[in-house]
Every structure is written in structure tokens, then in C-alpha cells.
Design a protein around this ligand. Structure first.
Ligand SMILES: Cc1cc2nc3c(=O)[nH]c(=O)nc-3n(C[C@H](O)[C@H](O)[C@H](O)COP(=O)(O)OP(=O)(O)OC[C@H]3O[C@@H](n4cnc5c(N)ncnc54)[C@H](O)[C@@H]3O)c2cc1C
Length: 462
């Protein structure tokens, strides 16, 4: 409970203008991109690591909980608090250093991902920070590290963890520690960067990060192909990897998604079971050579009814139109959606897509699927109208069965990039087992003995 005395102490740390307990503000902060909801008791904007540290010391002294919050684009409820203080990072947003010689940037946690790339461009560095989730125009560095976010180019460039060289972390008990730095290799002691990345703000608060950068590729070109069935699209991806052709993005849109996009944008698609979109980057001559090889592979593959190759950047943008419209177009079908991010081994993609079609029939709901077929990370979209209570129940029941299918039959995971938060806690025991969860509890206790930081996320600590 945050009483009046505690509120005054928080204000004395962050300043009057960086604190609110106004109910309208609390309502505005009561959700993220998921279905989770909850009202905190107060919000503070932090500007310095020392303020974060002071607040955490106070929280331990007075025993109130603290939930870090970036842009709240998270899709699993991680930044939603049912009590205590929300610590907002949007005002701690300075790009501290761009070090071209070491190909690194050091930034504060609240820097918006796209702003980092804009600054790199503005300074003419020729470098970029690759692991961009589709929410990069608002999502912050701290929140994205805490989620270990990926993006459409994860198939080539990996996820956040692959690009974090150093972190400044405020421990739940208030101490400020530094881990890593600018070196590309570092095996000195336990890998706390690995542990904190993807820990969803439950083990420590990220205040600064040093990230790796890489040269912007000269060009990007894409190709798309229409398949008779999603299973054949999945089989093609398997063949593509075996061919050794290097792609920088590999996306799929199933028939239901294409129909929805067609209704939303007026685009026309041939009658098919699924479309896949493949991107290649590098120097132009090399990409064109690889595109020609890809065309040969299209011609020799089963189930492709048509394909298109973009030979220049303008055509390339056109090929991406449908993929970019996939998420916004869903709102045409139903007002609400549970967005899943199931991830399976590459060889299991065809079965995953088939099983989602069967699941939609079994529960009489729509489950369009699209996503990052190149790394086995598919987004089944469980659509429903909340005013139709029966349909809403069927959609949520179907999500539970999806968990069983992914974990028991497909050796996958229920989350490849959106994290667990509160929304996927129900799957943790089945996915990880009791012994591992007991170890998690001991780790949590070692970092956060009083259970102050972001309680109730990933798993129940008690
Ligand atoms: C339209 C849309 C598209 C998306 N596309 C993708 C995608 O392509 N790939 C992908 O991986 N995800 C995607 N996401 C999910 C989400 O955007 C990402 O996980 C994002 O990186 C979260 O950043 P955020 O700043 O919004 O974090 P928030 O949602 O504010 O927080 C996420 C978690 O991080 C914690 N946190 C926040 N700041 C800190 C900090 N400084 N220190 C410690 N913990 C902190 C929070 O407590 C919470 O648990 C998408 C979401 C939307 C709405």
C-alpha cells in the first residue's frame, strides 16, 4: 500500500512533476497490448539511475511493489500492475554515445528503438541496430530487452539478446551494477545479461544498455509465392534452408489472413492456401544472383501456383504491402483477438499450420495465422467478439488446447517473442516442469528477497 507519506518520499526523489496518482492517469496506465488489466496506486517517471535506485530502496523499506513500464506495447501483460508503483521510462531517453569505431551505441532504457536507427542515419554512420520488433516506432530499448524481442529479420539477425553487449542494472534491492561493456566477447563470471534479457522486469531494472551495430546492407529485395496449402508452404521453408540460400526475412500469411487483407486494402490475391514472402539483403548483384536461384527453387517445388520476384526497391515495397496490413486488417473481422506467438522446430511448421486450421473448425472460431515462418514463430490470431460470451469462451478454450498441441505434440514453446507476463503463466508448469520452476523461485528470491519487483509475472513466486 502506497500511503501519503510514501507518495511524498517518491515525489522528493523524482520531483513533483514526475509523479501522479490521478485516477485518470492510473486508468490510462491500466493496460498494455494484451487483454491484461490492473490499476496501480501511483506512477513515477524516472530520469536517472540514481532515482531508480532510491525508489527501489524505499520500496524495500516500505514494502510496496514496483512495475517497470516502457511503451506498454507488450502482448503478455508484463507492464500491467494490479498494485504499487508503475515506474515509467519514457523520460529517461537519451542516446548517450554512438561509437563508430567499436560499432556500439550506449542508450538509456527509455530510448525508442526507431529513434536509435534514425539518429544513426542522421549522423551518417552507415550503421543500424537490427533486432527491430514491428512495434519499433514506439517500443523502448528497456522494454524490448526485458522481453528479448525479435522481429521480421530475426531469421538472419537474431533477437535482442544477440545484440546486447553491456547493461546497467538496478537490482530490486537498489544496488546499481554494470555487466559487460563494449567487448564482443565476455565470459567473465555468470552471464547476467543473458539472465536479465527476457526476464520481463522481474529480476532487475535495465537503466542503460550498450548495443552492437552493423553496416546497413546495400539493398533489400523480396520474392513471394502462393501455395495450395499452408503445409506445402511449411515444407518449402524446410527445403529453402536445406538449399543454403540466405534470407533476411521469411513471412507467411495463410488464406484467412489474405482474405482479410484483401477486404481491408482492396488487394487481389489468387485462390491459394498461403502466401510466403522472402527477403534477401546484401549487395545488389549478389541479391539478384540469389533471387534467380530462388526462382529455380520455386519452379521445382510442390504446390506453388504462382510467384513474383521484386527486382528493384519499388517493387520490393509493393510485395510487403500485404504483410504490413495483416495485423490492422484483423479488426475488420472481430473486435478482439488473443495474439499468440507459438514457435516450433522448423520441421513442425506444416503440422502447426494444419493443426490451427483444425482447431478453428473444432471451436467454430476464426484463427488466421501469419508470422515469421523463417524461424518457426507463427502468430495464430484467436479472434472473438467480447459481446458474444460463448464465442469469447470458445476462443480462450481454444488457446489452452493450442498450448497442449504446441508443447506435447510439436516440441515447441508457447512464446517465441512476446513473453509470458500474466497471459501465458498457465502454460509454464507444462512447458518447464516443477524442478525448473523451483529453481526459478530460488533465482527470483536471490535477486528480489522481498518480492518487490513486478510480482505475478511469468510464474507465482510463493
Ligand atoms: C503492433 C505490435 C507489434 C509487435 N511486434 C513485435 C515483434 O515483431 N516482435 C516482438 O518480439 N514483439 C512484438 N511486439 C510486442 C512488444 O512490442 C515488444 O515486446 C516490445 O519490445 C515491448 O517494448 P515496450 O517498451 O512496449 O515494453 P512494455 O510493454 O512497456 O514492457 C514489457 C516488459 O518489460 C518490462 N520493462 C519495461 N521497461 C523495463 C526496464 N527498463 N527494465 C526492466 N524491465 C522493463 C515490463 O515490466 C514488462 O514486463 C509487438 C507489439 C505490438 C503492439
Amino acid at each position: 500500500m502506497i500511503d501519503g507519506g510514501i507518495k511524498e518520499r517518491i515525489k522528493s526523489i523524482v520531483g513533483e512533476k514526475n509523479f501522479t496518482d490521478n485516477p485518470f492517469d492510473l486508468i490510462a496506465y491500466s493496460a498494455d497490448g494484451s487483454e491484461a488489466e490492473g490499476m496501480a496506486e501511483a506512477i513515477s517517471w524516472v530520469i536517472t539511475s540514481e532515482q531508480v535506485s532510491e525508489i527501489m530502496k524505499l520500496a524495500n523499506e516500505k514494502r510496496f511493489t514496483v512495475t517497470p513500464r516502457g511503451a506498454a506495447t507488450g502482448l503478455s501483460g508484463g507492464a500491467v500492475a494490479k498494485q504499487g508503483l508503475i515506474m515509467d521510462f519514457s523520460r529517461m531517453n537519451t542516446i548517450l554515445e554512438i561509437d563508430q569505431k567499436n560499432l556500439t551505441a550506449t542508450v538509456e532504457a527509455g530510448v525508442v528503438l526507431a529513434d536509435l536507427n534514425k539518429e544513426l542515419e542522421k549522423q551518417g554512420t552507415g550503421l543500424f541496430f537490427p533486432p527491430m520488433p514491428a512495434s519499433d516506432s514506439v517500443a523502448q530499448v528497456g522494454g524490448s530487452i526485458a522481453e528479448n524481442a525479435g522481429g521480421v529479420r530475426a531469421v538472419k539477425y537474431g533477437v535482442m539478446r544477440d545484440w546486447i553487449l553491456g547493461l546497467e542494472i538496478v537490482l530490486p534491492t537498489g544496488e546499481i551494477i554494470n555487466e559487460g561493456g563494449k567487448t564482443r566477447k565476455n565470459v567473465s563470471g555468470y552471464d547476467l545479461i543473458g539472465l536479465l534479457t527476457g526476464s520481463e522486469g522481474t529480476l532487475g531494472i535495465i537503466t542503460k544498455a550498450t548495443v552492437g551495430l552493423t553496416p546497413i546492407p546495400e539493398s533489400r529485395l523480396s520474392a513471394l509465392a502462393y501455395f495450395d496449402t499452408p503445409e506445402n508452404a511449411g515444407k518449402f521453408i524446410f527445403a529453402l534452408f536445406q538449399s543454403g540460400l540466405d534470407i533476411s526475412a521469411g513471412e507467411i500469411l495463410d488464406r484467412q489472413t489474405l482474405n482479410t487483407v484483401a477486404g481491408y486494402t482492396g488487394m487481389d490475391f489468387p485462390d491459394c492456401g498461403a502466401m510466403i514472402l522472402l527477403e534477401m539483403d546484401g549487395d545488389m548483384e549478389d541479391i539478384k544472383r540469389r533471387l534467380a536461384k530462388l526462382e529455380e527453387l520455386f519452379k521445382s517445388s510442390v504446390g506453388i501456383s504462382d510467384y513474383r520476384l521484386a527486382w528493384d526497391p519499388v517493387e520490393n515495397l509493393e510485395l510487403w504491402r500485404a504483410r504490413k496490413a495483416a495485423l490492422p486488417s484483423m479488426a475488420q473481422l472481430k473486435p478482439n483477438v488473443v495474439i499468440e506467438d507459438t514457435t516450433v522446430p522448423l520441421s513442425k511448421i506444416p503440422e502447426l499450420l494444419k493443426r490451427m486450421e483444425e482447431l478453428a473448425k473444432q471451436f467454430n472460431i476464426r484463427i488466421p495465422c501469419y508470422g515469421h515462418i523463417g524461424d518457426g514463430n507463427i502468430h495464430p490470431m484467436f479472434l472473438f467478439d467480447p459481446r458474444d460470451h460463448d464465442e469469447a469462451k470458445r476462443a480462450h478454450d481454444a488457446v489452452k488446447v493450442m498450448g497442449d498441441i504446441v508443447l506435447k505434440d510439436l516440441q515447441g514453446t508457447v512464446t517465441g517473442e512476446h513473453g509470458v507476463g500474466t497471459e501465458k503463466k498457465m502454460f509454464m508448469l507444462a512447458e518447464h516442469g516443477q524442478a525448473k520452476m523451483n529453481l526459478w523461485r530460488r533465482i527470483k528470491k536471490a535477486f528480489d528477497p522481498n518480492g518487490i519487483l513486478n510480482p505475478g509475472k511469468i510464474f507465482d513466486y510463493d
